[in-house]
Design a protein around this ligand. Sequence first.
Ligand code: SIN
Length: 282
Amino acid sequence: MTAYQRITVSPIAGALGAEIGGVDIEAGLDDATIAEIRRALLEHLVIFFRDQKLDDRSHKEFSRRFGRLFVHPNFDLGQADPEIVRVVRQPGDERIIGEDWHSDTTMMAEPPMGAILYALEVPPYGGDTLFANQYLAWETLSDGMKAMLSGLKAVHSDIKVAGPHNKLNARRSSKIREDSNWQATESVHPVVRTHPETGRKCLFVNRSYSMRFDGMTERESAPLLEFLMEHGHRPEFTCRFRWQAGSIAFWDNRCTKHLAVHDAGPFHRRLQRTQIAGDAVV
Ligand code: SIN
């Protein structure tokens, strides 16, 4: 662990996740504080802030301190500001955004490096978000499994999470592209990636987007892919974040998976998210 001068960093679980204190994002942050926040992100994989007051402008301004903003192609519905995705859940919604274990938007050739999710309205209980450390997922595999996976690639597609055939918009408040011009986006990524900043290896498959191993059928891929996806969120690799209005979660999308727990029952849940552009997966 490294010392921090400008922020406080309090881990919330053994595997990943830390709450950051001493920061008022709206008031503006100097470069040294941003550098410490980035260091905390690399060290803890997902970091949380409490009691922040953000509007769209300050949310985007804070996000841009970590890189170029990424516009999610499936949430680009012609709204005034496609750089912010509204993550809304209302009573009666049968589906929500992110209810399966996933890294974000991995059908892209260059998936986002991270996301910053800000809570406006949260349920009195329920609606937590879980995160899982994919370095640990890789490091805890046997040498035999590691040898088998090295060099293997997976095909990632958004065919299960967008497009007219899934009819998601009828069942959830957050809308996605379902127009007849929509076409699936597909990319092939290594199953084991090397994080571009830490140089550490991590597992990079997820339930929302990873369809099969490259060069194999879905049926041939399923047993091993299923094992890897389940292994990747063993309880000891995870943390659980309890939201309050004004909370922020900032995750490193390159080495984590996450899941929004679909248990908010009769309550409203309203958050907004930016994504930060990333690199090709190597
Ligand atoms: C997401 O997957 O980006 C949404 C997570 C959440 O709503 O907790």
